[in-house]
Design a protein around this ligand. Structure first.
Ligand code: ATP
Ligand code: MG
Length: 252
């Protein structure tokens, strides 16, 4: 479904990614791990076209994503969440979740202002999708609460609902369990597994919480210093000496 082909990203002399290649099969859950600064977020930024590449290509269902703008990527079904969540804190949960649906079907500000039938139809549909997404992650009771009144764990769910509201086929999650308690992280794993079967999703998940990555991933790619240092099924990766060295900073 997705083919990352030798991507290199350089920011002001820092090589964040160096010839990184991996693929994701339709329906697969891929874990992306590595120490801080390994380049994980940069990979997601490259796929969602938020950062430019010095070299390489990224193909989704056979077509290169590089010439596409971020909103075109979303319309193709690639939707992501952010390490720092990027929610609108003073807006309601519902309004934040609806943004996901609006990303997918942008309309002109002029049509919105005129309140054309097409613009009204679109808001009704987006609202319906948002309610469904909030129900799926169990936050529908908080629909009218302001995001800044919510605890961290709830905000993570709002973010997930916003992504679901955009009807993803490939979902990219950047540290969805960061800041969650062990129990909340376990609930998140159960929730994501439920989507997987009901929505037929394909996923790339970045996570430092090892229990979460191990529980969710069919396969794991390990980055260190902008390079892929290991790839394989979770049990093999967990036992790989190069991976242990990257994490512990010394040979296993
Ligand atoms: N826009 C940017 N400008 C300059 N440097 C950047 C930029 N984005 C990333 N980098 C650098 O690229 C490297 C990889 O960063 P990245 O955020 O992808 O790491 P990460 O694996 O997601 O780390 P973490 O686990 O801390 O989130 C780091 O050295 C970072 O400082
Ligand atoms: Mg990151």
């Amino acid at each position: 479904m997705l083919e990352v082909k030798g991507i290199t990203a350089i920011f002001g002399g820092v090589t964040a990614l160096s010839a990184v290649s991996f693929g994701v099969e339709q329906g697969e859950f891929l874990g992306l791990i590595g120490p801080n600064g390994a380049g994980k977020t940069t990979v997601l930024n490259a796929i969602s076209r938020l950062s430019t590449l010095a070299d390489g290509d990224i193909e989704f269902e056979g077509a290169s994503l590089l010439p596409m703008r971020p909103h075109e990527i979303i319309r193709r079904g690639i939707v992501r969440t952010y390490q720092n969540m990027a929610l609108c804190p003073t807006m309601s949960v519902l309004a934040n979740v609806m943004l996901g649906g609006l990303w997918r079907r942008p309309s002109s500000a002029f049509a919105e202002w005129l309140g054309t039938p097409a613009a009204r139809q679109r808001s009704t549909e987006v609202e319906r999708d948002a309610i469904e997404a909030m129900r799926a992650v169990g936050i529908v009771d908080a629909a009218l609460a302001r995001v800044d009144s919510l605890a961290h764990g709830m905000r993570r769910k709002v973010e997930l609902a916003r992504a679901l509201c955009a009807h993803p086929r490939l979902i990219l999650l950047d540290e969805p369990a960061s800041g969650l308690s062990d129990q909340e992280a376990e609930e998140l794993v159960a929730l994501i597994r439920r989507f997987r079967s009901s929505l037929g999703l394909t996923m790339i998940v970045i996570e430092h919480h090892m229990d979460v990555v191990m529980a969710l991933s069919d396969r794991i790619v390990v980055l260190d210093g902008g390079r892929v240092i290991a790839e394989g099924i979770p049990s093999a990766v967990a036992a790989n000496p190069a991976v242990l060295e990257a994490y512990l900073g010394q040979p296993a």
